[in-house]
Structure formats: structure tokens, C-alpha cells
Design a protein around this ligand. Sequence first.
Ligand SMILES: Cc1cc2nc3c(=O)[nH]c(=O)nc-3n(C[C@H](O)[C@H](O)[C@H](O)COP(=O)(O)O)c2cc1C
Length: 180
Amino acid sequence: MSALDSLLHRRSVSKVGASAPSHRDLFALVEAAGTVADHSSLRPWRLIELRGAARDRLGHALADAEGPGANREKLVAKMHRAPLLIALVVVHQPSAKVPYWEQEAVASGVAHALSLLLDEAGWGVMWRTGQQTRSEPVRQMHELRPNENLLGWLYVGDAPPGQRELRRKRVNPMDHLTEL
Ligand SMILES: Cc1cc2nc3c(=O)[nH]c(=O)nc-3n(C[C@H](O)[C@H](O)[C@H](O)COP(=O)(O)O)c2cc1C
């Protein structure tokens, strides 16, 4: 499939099944996603796989971040919407030339590319975040270093069988593209 076709047919899948790509399955996709444009090739990103009980620990960290009113059970259950969560991490590299925002743009590009590649490989994927994404308990649960921040998680599992739902509405290029 061409990049054009892959993008036009991509859909986020909110309800996925119990199978997920293995650690090894991800290698080729991560290698390809890592080819995005990257000023000074700083590689300012990394990914963390969360499977099994790691998802429970994330639910508890989100509940800790929310405080006393949190519905802990519900938050833990939400982390089980997919068998694999891939945490997206921007790793800020010291650089006089490349500011932080450019490095976030690179990490975000990797995340979009990986999401597209997983979709093209037949997996169901959805990028999710939440208000507590950059909270201290969630940082600690991921063992982030001081120069790292989360960009959310790709929820990955097998796509439901049958015809894929087509994109409801495409953007109108004229609304987004101008000339000077
Ligand atoms: C950084 C980022 C964070 C997102 N967080 C959420 C989220 O927490 N919950 C949600 O329902 N959708 C979230 N989305 C949107 C979905 O991933 C998805 O794009 C949306 O449901 C539209 O579906 P589509 O990708 O098929 O157009 C997020 C997207 C991005 C890029």
C-alpha cells in the first residue's frame, strides 16, 4: 500500500481484542518509525511497552495522581482496554541548536508513524492521553528521567474482524493550505 493509501484508510480503533504484537514484532516497525525527520539526528524519543500487570500499575498511578476522589477501579479497568500500551516518551537532548519544541515534534512524528505502521500491519491502534499524563505518580511509574516527558500511549490490540469502518469525514485541503 502506498503512504497515500495507508493514510487515507487509517482509522483509530477504540475496542481491540486480546492479541498484541510481540516485543520482536515491534522491532521492524520502530525502526521504520524512527526514520522521521529529526533535526541534528538527536533521536529525542523512546518507547516503553506496558503489558499485563504494568497496566494495573499505570491505572493505580493515574488514581494516585487524581487524588482522594479518584475511581481507582475504573481507572485500572480502563488500562485493560488493550493488551499492549506503548508509552510515548520525548527524551530532551541538550542542544544549542534544537529547542525542546522541535524535539517534541520529532517524538510526536515517531508516534504518528508508528501508529500508522501498526494500523497498516492490521493491528487496532488508538493514541490516548489524559489530564494526569504528566503527573508525578505517572512519571515515577514509567521510571522517567528528569529530561523525559510522556506524550501519551498507543493502545494496541487486534482489530475487530470484518469490514473496517471508513473514515467519516476527510479534511478539506483548502481549509488548511494557503499560499503566500
Ligand atoms: C496526542 C493525542 C492524544 C489523544 N488523546 C485521546 C484521548 O485521551 N482520548 C480519545 O478518545 N482520543 C484521543 N486522541 C484522539 C484519538 O487518538 C483519535 O485520533 C480520534 O479518536 C479520532 O479517530 P481517527 O484517528 O480515526 O480519526 C488523541 C490523539 C492524539 C494525537
